[in-house]
Design a binder for this molecule. Sequence first.
Ligand SMILES: Cc1ncc(COP(=O)(O)O)c(C=O)c1O
Length: 364
Amino acid sequence: MSEIREIETPALLVDLGLLEANLARGAEVFAGRGLAYRPHAKTHKSAAIARKQLEHGAAGICCAKLAEAEVLAAAGINDILITTPVVGGAKIARLADLNRRIRAAVVVDDPGNAREIAAAAARAGVVVDVLVEVDVGQERCGVRTPEAAVVLARTVETARGLRFRGLQGYQGAGQLVRLHRERRAAVERASARLRLVVAALAEVGLTTAVLTGGGTGTAALDVEAGVLTELQPGSYVFMDASYGALEWEPGGAAPPFAQSLTVLSRVISRPSPRRVVVDAGLKALSSDAGPPLVMGLDSARFSFAGDEHGIVELDDADAPALGEAIELVPSHCDTTVNLHDTFVVVRAGEVECTWPIDARGRMQ
Ligand SMILES: Cc1ncc(COP(=O)(O)O)c(C=O)c1O
């Protein structure tokens, strides 16, 4: 076993003790009041972590993309919901084929797409579980009205090769709303839209066994709202600087989950005692949600200085020496993970093992 400071940098670190604490806390928060939870693997893209989530009581796993699901299925995960529509003949054939090996449910928001999946399923001799995606406020995918949901659910219900399972209503835009009361309001609006769709389906005799949605930012509020039957949290396993900045309870509270993911970088140049250059830039840390935080140095500021370089500046203390390691907290965990091949798994300051990021880059 080696120590953290001996790790070659830049490297993506996972603190196993903190990850395990997040998994245990997640099981408490998400499975409250009898809800099921199906964690989203788009965050970690790792069979090892998916298996741990299942050991912690998850009902199955979500994937964003078919290719992600194929990779996790090959690693033994056998109950997956693909939370993005699968469109186009070649991909639909792959979806049907995947259902020969595992249960791979999918969302739809278009009757023609549903019919194509039904035809491919019939050809492959499988039945594909289907959820109708409802736009509950994100203005991304999903049917916009209860009437459209009824038409689509009926198409699914009557198609040989498909089984209608329920609805997906994911309010992505609500996850990172900073203020607790505004996040709650977003959840209430989303829940009201989903309730209308459930009522419209019930009127024509369609039962929605599964109502799936929610993420790390809204999960506790979704449990309170009492509409969803299944939550899809992703980031809770790692957290990031964006989630760390939320108001978690009215008036403020520490995040319910710990920061278990960091990027380890190293000082490669020291132009002045208050300004150092580290070996992690845009290829080691995603920038879509801004720069990372510098762990343990509250007054330090990180700025990207190119693909391979970052600059760390301090106002009131000397920066670490040349060759010293600096841990950075990614601003967005999902997109940072996707830049790396491997997690370096550490516990109490020692490297325990590495895990491959199995579905890294698998977006087709
Ligand atoms: C459909 C869907 N469900 C769940 C999640 C998980 O969200 P989070 O990482 O905020 O927990 C995402 C994230 O983008 C998503 O797109």
